[in-house]
Design a protein around this ligand. Structure first.
Ligand code: SIN
Length: 188
């Protein structure tokens, strides 16, 4: 399995003594098991959320990976999520949590009041070994409906994300269509 932890430790875009804005778009929206000073709904521009990253460590196994969220470049798109203001030292455990292919990247976060800030995302690009990429909706839904890993069923990751996005009043056609398809599979 890949482990990006040591690479991310070198990716220090912000000074150690600064607090850092972290933008979560997947499990980091609804599973905030880390200390933060404040959090606010936020969005980033030019990125679309896609279930294109393999999960071999949380929502699947090396033999039967699950599918979790990453971002793909998409000019004009908006991705809504949650921004957390954290201490630099909080990144250590997050690097471990996101080690299956995600790298820290810098981006601009936009807040509802019209303000913006430089921040970080964990991004899994198409050149990481756990990347699965696009597939027919039905195939992705079946994979999510059946995969299971140490953090629980892959289905729960998707359903928690749907709940969180609905709570934020966020639109995400890709995520909502996948969830509808997974729900139908459950009753077929
Ligand atoms: C994120 O939530 O921002 C990164 C991907 C994940 O942990 O699900």
């Amino acid at each position: 399995m890949i482990d990006t932890t040591h690479i991310n430790r070198e990716r220090t875009f912000f000074a150690e003594q600064q607090t850092i804005w972290l933008f979560g778009y997947g499990s980091l929206i609804w599973k905030a098991e880390f200390p933060f000073h404040e959090r606010h709904p936020a969005y980033i521009e030019g990125w679309a959320r896609r279930f294109w990253q393999g999960s071999h460590d949380h929502r699947g196994t090396p033999d039967a990976p699950g599918r979790v969220a990453t971002l793909v470049e998409s000019p004009g798109a908006i991705c809504q999520g949650m921004a957390y203001r954290i201490d630099a030292e909080t990144l250590g455990p997050l690097d471990v949590r996101e080690k299956n292919g995600y790298l820290r990247e810098q981006t601009v976060l936009h807040f509802a009041d019209g303000s913006h800030a430089e921040g970080l995302i964990y991004l899994a690009t198409s050149d990481n070994a756990a990347f699965l990429g696009d597939a027919p909706l039905e195939e992705m839904a079946r994979q999510i409906a059946t995969a299971h890993g140490p953090s629980g069923p892959n289905r729960d990751y998707l359903l928690h994300l749907v709940d969180a996005l609905e709570g934020l009043g966020a639109e995400d056609h890709h995520v909502f269509r996948l969830a509808q398809r997974v729900a139908k599979l459950g009753i077929e």
